[in-house]
Design a protein around this ligand. Structure first.
Ligand SMILES: [Zn+2]
Length: 435
């Protein structure tokens, strides 16, 4: 796949190189919101280059080293850290870039509001989609530039840290604790998260260690909380879409209300308002879990491909609704199809534009597109192509999905996709036959 700047975020990322691994050491003081950090990036040049551009917002760069030595020069302005190399990197050559930085982290402003590192009343939450990752580490902030991570967070010992990756160790010294996490799976920078809070881990019966809830200390989960259904949701999603792509899933409930939950790699953050037994909470839990397959394991190369994340996650809600006897996928599809004309849609699903990319119609029309595809190809072919889509792709595009469907089903579905993805007019509501 050709690597190009993202037209929705042209000021982020650098196409000249890829990051293979990030090693982040974050020392954070809650009382003063002070971060002292070192990020060590192993990078590989895609083309010959004498400079590397990294995204880093609102923090001060104290020192930069490339392969252990001073670079020719570096500048940091307008959220861009430009490192001029002492000698050009040849295509495919690797280098280690070490950035020492510090300051008071805060969210990155943008078209969808502030994103990234955010102080809570008592703790921290990082929700970066789509442009918040530079709020706490220097990165090549492109959704298609996926890397492995090691993240060490040191903070006050009476707090719990949950971050992207499998927890591998904790060590305490002088009232401060270092938590280490490792994520070997290719991970997009916007999916890297850190939550710091007074939290308690609650393992879930039937999860086999693969799913857990972190809840605010002293707060119990309601008896019928949708969080308790995570093991059953995971079983259902695996049946439809194939094996869970990571080691574990952690639902992290912070001790305040959140407008929306948000997925990260191997975890998702929720507010205390999402704990109660209600369909609107339950669908959000299954939605964020489904993102581990769609969005996290298979990531749209460009932000305009967002329907490949949100359409699938929304469709997982409808499948789960049917599984639970709360309305069939056909019923959910019909209801949302009736409501869609009330929503302003000026652009096609395949390229909704930056301002509209998180509009509800993108989610619902995306799910309806998948329902139409399922109605056209039948259940066996549909779920087979969903599973191989996840198994065979790490970075994806809408065109790649259309090609994948043709390859797996042996039939070109261009007219169906043209109507649902490239036109604005809403096609008739699809109906799938009995399973
Ligand atoms: Zn979503």
């Amino acid at each position: 796949m050709r690597v190009v700047p993202d037209p929705y975020l042209p000021s982020h990322g650098d196409v000249r190189y890829a990051v293979e691994h990030y090693d982040l050491a974050l020392d954070y003081r809650l009382a003063t919101n002070r971060l002292d950090a070192t990020a060590t990036l192993r990078v590989r040049a895609r083309e010959s280059t004498d400079a590397l551009r990294l995204d880093l917002s609102g923090l001060h760069v104290d020192k930069v080293k490339v392969d252990g030595a001073k670079p020719r020069k570096y500048t940091h302005k307008d959220r861009v850290l430009t490192v001029k190399l002492a000698a050009p990197l040849a295509p495919d050559a690797t280098a280690t870039v070490e950035v020492t930085y510090s300051g008071k982290p805060g969210p990155v402003p943008g078209a969808h509001g502030p994103a990234g590192w955010e102080e809570l009343t008592d703790g921290v939450l990082v929700a970066s989609q789509p442009y918040g990752a530079p709020s706490f580490f220097p990165c090549n902030d492109r959704a298609d530039d996926k890397a492995s991570y090691r993240i060490a967070v040191t903070t006050d010992s009476d707090y719990t840290v949950v971050a992207t990756g499998r927890p591998t160790s904790t060590s305490a010294r002088a009232g401060r604790t270092t938590w280490v996490f490792e994520e070997p799976a290719p991970t997009a920078s916007y999916l890297v998260s850190v939550v710091v809070g007074r939290l308690t881990e609650q393992s879930l019966p039937g999860a086999g260690g693969r799913a857990a809830v972190f809840r605010p200390r002293g707060r119990t989960l309601p008896a019928e909380s949708p969080m308790l259904r995570l093991p059953a949701m995971m079983d259902a999603l695996e049946g439809w879409f194939g094996p869970y792509p990571l080691a574990t899933f952690r639902a992290v409930v912070v001790d305040e209300a959140l407008e929306i939950p948000l997925e990260a790699q191997g975890m998702a953050s929720f507010g205390t308002n999402h704990l109660a037994d209600a369909w609107d909470n339950e669908r959000l839990v299954v939605h964020e879990l489904a993102h581990q397959w769609f969005g996290n394991a298979v990531t749209g190369a460009l932000l305009r491909d967002i329907w490949l994340h949100e359409g699938f996650a929304c469709y997982a809600e409808w499948l789960w609704s049917e599984e639970r006897g709360l309305g069939t996928a056909n019923e959910r599809a019909a209801r949302h199809h009736r409501a869609l004309p009330m929503q302003k849609q000026a652009t096609p699903l395949s390229d909704p534009g930056m301002p509209a990319m998180f509009d509800d119609w993108v989610y619902k029309r995306g799910a309806l597109t998948l329902h139409a595809l399922r109605a056209a190809v039948g259940d066996d072919a549909f779920f087979t192509l969903c599973r191989s889509w996840v198994a065979d792709h790490r970075v994806a595009s809408t065109g790649g999905f259309v090609d994948h469907v043709a390859r797996v089903t042996g039939t070109d579905r261009t007219p169906l996709f043209a109507a649902w993805l490239h036109e604005v007019a809403l096609p008739a509501c699809p109906v799938v036959g009995p399973r």
